[in-house]
Design a protein around this ligand. Structure first.
Ligand SMILES: C[S@@+](CC[C@H](N)C(=O)[O-])C[C@H]1O[C@@H](n2cnc3c(N)ncnc32)[C@H](O)[C@@H]1O
Length: 297
């Protein structure tokens, strides 16, 4: 009897352990909600680069140079990298001396962004980091010459809704670059991943993208390149802050009030800028005093 109880206990502990492993390690918390995903990235942020060990030559060959080639006709391309993590994509692009554009890197893990901020500091005003979930990008439709999202869609609550957001903020003719998870772990993430052919078909048919092409990239990811329909006309070279939309009223009226924040000229919502330069959309506040909104109310 004692032995049977002990055996049962071992089985229960084993099964619970396997479930926890699947929930927290294999699928990185995605079935527990976006806060758990982001919390796990916060926990691992300082170790992330050591775990990934990206090879700079490979990054240049598979990201920096091909993206630059796709943007050759645009004098100062505006690029948005969603789920930028520790700034992999901005660094790959600025590793190309011919790249003469701007990059916004957006992520919902504040600690990943803190690491990114240290790495991109030498690039000055040409990279801006934004703390905000990918589900609601604070930009107008048709804003960026290229929109990228690497190794992240499968961790979003609704990956298709994020793809729709990436396409919304891309300009006509813009490059869209995303990744598709593959291998055993992809098969253990039902509803979050799909075979490469299914994603290509979805981007072509459901999302109406042009020239959709998937290529083998890393052990657990393929790249998927595509273009938004329409004729490419470069985004105006007006710097990064000009494209920001107010998180409260949605107007493109964010102005730098001082080094610690941006204020919306329409509704007075205030978005803090942290000491490391990250614009903290996710922490925006409505002004306590005398905003036009309050006056109207
Ligand atoms: C595997 S990392 C990839 C980072 C980077 N793109 C790269 O290739 O190194 C996934 C990133 O997605 C971010 N992320 C997860 N859920 C997010 C969400 N809902 N909104 C924005 N970023 C999110 C995480 O914080 C993390 O930085």
């Amino acid at each position: 009897m004692v032995l049977e109880t002990l055996a049962l206990l071992v089985i229960v502990v084993f099964v619970v352990g396997m479930i926890l492993w699947w929930l927290l390690i294999t699928t990185e918390g995605v079935y527990l909600g976006r806060r758990v995903v982001v919390w796990l990235y916060d926990v691992y942020a300082r170790r992330y680069d050591k775990i990934k060990r990206y090879d700079s030559a490979m990054e240049a060959a598979t990201l920096g140079r091909p993206i630059l080639r796709a943007l050759l006709d645009i004098p100062a391309p505006m690029v948005l990298d969603v789920a930028t993590g520790t700034a992999r994509l901005p660094l790959a692009l600025f590793g190309q001396p011919a790249f003469n554009g701007y990059v916004i890197g957006l992520d919902y893990s504040r600690r990943m962004l803190a690491v990114a901020a240290e790495k991109i500091a030498p690039l000055g005003h040409r990279v801006q980091l934004i703390y905000q979930p990918a589900q609601a990008l604070p930009f107008d439709d048709n804003t960026f010459d290229a929109v990228t999202c690497l190794e992240a869609l499968e961790f979003m609550p609704d990956p298709d809704a994020v793809i729709a957001e990436l396409i919304r903020v891309a300009r006509p003719g813009a490059l869209i670059l995303i990744t598709n998870r593959k291998g055993l772990e992809a098969r253990l993430m039902p509803g979050k991943t799909q075979p490469r052919e299914a994603l290509v078909e979805k981007l072509r048919v459901d999302f109406g993208l042009n020239s959709v092409l998937a290529n083998i990239w890393q052990v657990d990811y393929d790249q998927v390149w595509a273009f938004k329909p329409g004729e490419a006309t470069p985004a105006p070279d007006h710097g990064l802050e000009a494209v920001l939309r107010c998180p409260h009223c949605g107007q493109r009226a964010m102005q730098r009030s001082d080094s610690t924040g941006l204020t919306c000229a329409e509704c007075a919502a205030r978005v803090p800028i942290a000491a490391d330069g990250v614009i903290e959309y996710a922490n925006f506040r409505l002004a306590a005093i005398d905003s036009p909104l309050q006056r109207r109310a």
